[in-house]
Each structure stands twice: as C-alpha cells, then as structure tokens.
Design a protein around this ligand. Structure first.
Ligand code: ZN
Length: 292
C-alpha cells in the first residue's frame, strides 16, 4: 500500500492506495489542523491502522512550510521558520512513529500539488511546468525536464520583488520584504487593503503582480504551462486579467508565437484536481520511493 499525507494550514488530508492502482484512494481521512501534538497523533493513528492491516510500502508527505526537504539535513522533514502558531521547528517524522523502515519522502505543499496535477490533472504529461498557489501565501512548485527543482532549499518565487502598480500605495505585508509579491498579492494583503475580495481596478492591480510572476517563471524555466490555484486565484476574472497582463508585460520578447502572448491559449490554467492535487502528488512521491 502507498500512503499520502498532505498537511495544510487549516486541514490535513491522508489517504492510502494500492501499489498497482496508485491514484484510486482506498481510504482517506480529513483532519482539521490543530496544535502539532493532536494533529500528528491523528495522522499517526491513520497510518498505523493501515500499516498493521495491509502493510505500508512507502509514505509521501506534502506539507506547508517552509519545510526542510533535503535528505541528509539534520532537520530533514521539519517545518522550519513558519509563522503558523505552534508549528515552528516541528519534526513531521513524529507522525510516522511505528512505521519502522518504511521509506518516507517529503515535499512542499506546492510541489505536491505540482506532482498531482502532472500525474492526472492540468499538467498531465508536461516535463517543464510550474504550479503556483496565490492564497493565504504565494508559493510556486517548479519542475524542469521531469525533475522537481531544489538546491539550497526550494524555490521561493512567492517572494520575488515586483514592479509597483502606479495606483497601489499599500505598504505590503511580508514581514521580511514588505512589498514583495506575497506582501502585495496574498489574501491577507487584499483583505488589509480593501476588506473583501478584489474587484474592478483592484483586481487589475492584483493581476498585475501575478502576471509578473508568470513573466519571471517564463523567463527562468521556459515552462510548457503554468498552473495557478489558491483562494485569490479563484477571484472572478482574475486569471483572465493575468493572461492579458502577462502578454502585455512580456511584450513579445519570447516571440509573438509564444502562448503567453495569446490570452486564449492554455498557457495559464486552473488546476484540474482542486483540493485533491496535493494528496495525489504525495502518492506520486510515495510511488517514486518504491523504485529507488
Ligand atoms: Zn516576502
């Protein structure tokens, strides 16, 4: 059996599937994210139940972070500098007690969603692709030629510095950078400015920042597609505005025939799997551990 654990800021999703049919969920459970002791114990209970009955062969964990995903690091599998109360320096291995030598892998939540969308969603079959979430935070998972990009940590494109929209005077909310992309375009930044979802000109302002992310990712990795999910991305009309503005900002530099220049192309798309992307990505990760 393969097991998947997706830990989000508000809920945890655990599932198991059979090795020969990895994307059919045999059993699953959703748990609200509470304090670590309670939450990790509930995950552990689900995993042990299946390990003692059918036996688990591998576990994939996709987690909010920042998360240490470097095998060999002394804090591998730890949530590191998160602002989420109570979760600073929490070792996610605590959810895995009693599994013995079952192989376990960790990826960030956005990378998990990327792997899920690539396995059976909006990025199926694509080898160079990015998955962005624009919501409570802004995060981007990046894959180049079939490999998840990581090096010294993982990409943190949510914190790129962006050109200011001329009608935006908001100082920004990022505790590190103030007016980086996340500081200007995350859900909390929108809430702090307007107290409700962006509309009209406000929506154009947010789209202007998200479009700069699209341009940066396009210039950096030349992806076949960029998938954009998250609560802010669901704002009516926002993705259409991003498609328009990304083409305008790129201004033809990567060629007039590049799909970024065509707002009607499928270059910038919604996720297909909704909130199932992460758990399917974690199953992809678990499956990859079997082959090693
Ligand atoms: Zn920042």
């Amino acid at each position: 059996m393969l097991a998947a654990v997706e830990t989000g800021g508000t809920k945890i999703f655990c599932a198991v599937s059979r090795r020969d049919d990895p994307h059919t969920l045999v059993d699953s459970i959703r748990i609200p994210t509470q304090q670590p002791e309670v939450t990790l114990a509930a995950i552990n209970e689900f995993l042990l139940k299946h390990h003692s009955s059918e036996g688990l062969d591998a576990v994939g964990v996709a987690s909010f972070g920042p998360l240490d995903t470097s095998p060999g690091s002394s804090t591998y599998g730890y949530i590191t500098t998160t602002p989420k109360a109570g979760w600073l320096n929490i070792d996610l291995h605590r959810a895995l007690d009693g599994l013995g030598k079952v192989p376990v892998g960790f990826v960030t939540d956005v990378t998990g969603s990327l792997l899920g969308e690539r396995a059976l969603g909006a990025a199926t079959g694509l080898d160079t692709v990015a998955y962005a979430t624009v919501g409570t935070g802004v995060g981007v998972g990046v894959m180049v030629q079939g490999q998840v990009v990581s090096g010294h940590g993982t990409p943190e494109l949510g914190h790129i510095l962006v050109r200011r929209h001329p009608q935006d005077t908001f100082a920004g909310l990022c505790s590190y950078h103030g007016d980086c992309l996340e500081g200007l375009a995350s859900g909390p930044a929108i809430q702090a400015r307007w107290g409700r979802p962006a509309e009209g000109t406000e929506r154009e302002i947010i789209a202007y920042y998200v479009a700069q992310l699209v341009v940066a990712v396009t210039l950096a990795i030349a992806p076949a597609r960029i998938v954009i999910g998250g609560g802010v991305a669901k704002t009516t009309g926002l993705l259409d505005a991003v498609r328009e503005q990304a083409g305008t900002l790129m201004a033809g530099y990567v060629g007039a025939s590049h799909p970024i220049q065509d707002p009607a192309s499928d270059y910038i798309v919604w996720p297909d799997l909704g909130d199932l992307a992460g758990v399917h990505g974690a199953l992809v990760l678990a499956e990859s551990l079997l082959a090693e």
